[in-house]
Design a protein around this ligand. Structure first.
Ligand SMILES: [Zn+2]
Length: 507
């Protein structure tokens, strides 16, 4: 082996259990701990070499290579993004024995176990699908920290869908994978394929351990699916993988499936004779619109509908000829009720209300203007989330007012007497002169409050809530027990329900 050859690594491009997945030679990723969405893989960095699978050295480079592909995608889509935990996100390649991976606002953690049927070692960090799904959770948390604790079925499901879409967009950015999708589906990506199928190897191990109903037939989840929207409060808490349930890893299939439908619609409308390139370009367009929608859709019970309407508006405002086809696809999934998605903002005479200076706190006048547009509320706090847009105009200030909803009753388990946060969102658009010219607020409705109560009852039935004492234990132990949330007494003396971690897989 000459020196050049030995400085290359070998990696899986998609998932070790993917169809015909073979190792490919690759250059080791460089500068992973620099710039936006920087990360590091914990443990000593082995010299770059083509190591055999199931060795720590292989896992190091496999995980680094997957996360670096994700980093490149996120630098393009969200160039100014930042992690919640800090400038460099740690990734722990082998955090213990489990068939899982999770993000806990400190790090990405990957686990290993043995497939009960095949006897093969299953390391979740070997799967590009899983690595980029977890990275997607952390990216969404950075862009939308308000979604982390949001007590809504659709927001929890959206976090999962965003992870799966992250994995799909990373995969389709890669020319050889886009070509393989085209080949495998004989040119019709509406058919299940290696990219639509997510976490094939982990899915097989989950079926081996928990039964055939525990995952889709050929993977953990598949974006090519026929699940249609239903109010999650009307769905069972859990169900076989072939049936939609309110559990976020099941309910997310509606949003991921809808986005795959959009991808197919864009692909079919794309006249490029190079069909693999048409698929890549369609994925890139959709990724831009979906990420912009995720950045701005107001939190609440109706999150998926808000997300869906924003995608259509984004396509429309870019002049995409496919905008009507996208609306049709979302309507067929039940995510929007009409092709007329309206405008995001309403005209606002905005007299005397001016844009804040860059990086400056909200002025009292601006706070008063926001309060005047929302219904009266006691003990509510205004939190700006983002101030962005093309300079010089329009610039849009987005944020939310948060207020506590106190839960009372034994059906809330350890959260009896604790509060969850409801969000009331606002968006204010300023003209070039700096004066307010359009706005929209989304006050918390009875449906939001009822959805929040139902979501916490759902968590309590699943025994996913740690009480105040349990919540102080190490997250690893709480993750093993399936406790994703904990009641925490906060600085203002109020006990609130907070999320601890979010995983690839929950049962
Ligand atoms: Zn997840």
């Amino acid at each position: 082996m000459d020196e050049l050859e030995s400085a290359r690594i070998r990696v899986y491009r998609n998932d070790p259990g993917g169809r015909g997945e073979r190792l490919v030679a690759s250059d080791p990723p460089l500068f992973i701990d620099e710039g936006a969405w920087a990360f590091r893989v914990e443990g000593p960095a082995p010299d770059p070499r083509p190591y055999p699978p199931d060795t720590p050295e292989f896992l190091y480079w496999q995980l680094a290579s997957a996360l670096e592909r994700g980093k490149r995608l996120w630098q393009r889509l969200l160039p100014t993004g930042q992690w919640v935990p800090g400038a460099v996100l740690p990734a722990v390649p082998a955090a213990g024995d489990d068939l899982n991976a999770y993000y806990d606002r400190r790090a990405l953690r990957f686990f290993r176990d043995v497939d009960a049927k095949s006897g093969a070692i299953v390391q979740s960090g070997d799967s590009v699908d899983i690595a980029t799904h977890e990275q997607g959770h952390a990216v969404l948390d950075g862009a939308r920290p308000d979604l982390w604790d949001a007590p809504h079925f659709e927001v929890a499901a959206f976090h999962e869908a965003f992870g799966d879409l992250a994995a799909i967009f990373v995969a389709l950015a890669e020319p050889p994978l886009a070509s393989r999708v085209f080949d495998e589906t004989a040119g019709d990506p509406a058919r299940s394929n290696l990219v639509s199928r997510l976490a094939e190897e982990l899915g097989a191990a989950v079926r081996g351990r928990f039964g055939e109903d525990a995952a889709m037939p050929r993977s953990l989840r598949d974006a090519v699916n026929a699940f249609r929207y239903a109010d999650p409060r009307t769905l069972p808490d859990s169900a076989p993988a072939s049936v939609l349930s309110a559990e976020p890893h099941s309910f997310c299939n509606v949003a991921t499936g809808a986005c795959w439908d959009l991808l197919v619609a864009l692909f079919r409308a794309n006249p490029d004779a190079d069909r693999a390139r048409a698929l890549r370009d369609s994925a890139a367009s959709l990724a831009g619109w979906a990420v912009a929608a995720a950045e701005t859709a107001p939190s609440g019970a109706d999150f998926l509908g808000r997300f869906a309407r924003r995608i259509v508006r984004a396509a429309r405002s870019e002049g995409s000829v496919s905008a009507p086809a996208l609306a049709d696809a979302l309507r067929a999934r039940g995510l929007i009720s009409s092709a007329d998605v309206g405008d995001e903002l309403d005209p606002d005479d905005g007299r005397g209300v001016f844009a804040p200076g860059d990086g400056e706190p909200l002025t009292p006048a601006l706070r008063a203007a926001i309060e005047a547009r929302l219904p009266p509320a006691e003990r509510a706090e205004i939190v700006p989330l983002a101030f962005a847009g093309e300079r010089p105009a329009p610039r849009i200030l987005r944020g939310r007012r948060r207020r506590d909803l106190v839960l009372r009753g034994t059906e809330y388990g350890p959260a009896d007497g604790a509060a969850v946060e409801l969000s009331e969102s606002f968006a204010l658009a300023f003209a070039e002169s700096g004066v307010l010219r359009a706005s929209r607020v989304h006050p918390a409705s009875d449906r939001d409050a009822e959805d929040a109560r139902a979501f916490v009852r759902f968590l309590a039935r699943r025994r996913a809530i740690a009480d105040e004492v349990e919540g102080r234990a190490a997250i690893r132990g709480l993750a093993r027990e399936g406790k994703s949330h904990a009641v925490v007494r906060e600085d203002d003396g109020i006990r609130r329900l907070r999320r601890l971690w979010i995983a690839e897989e929950e049962r």
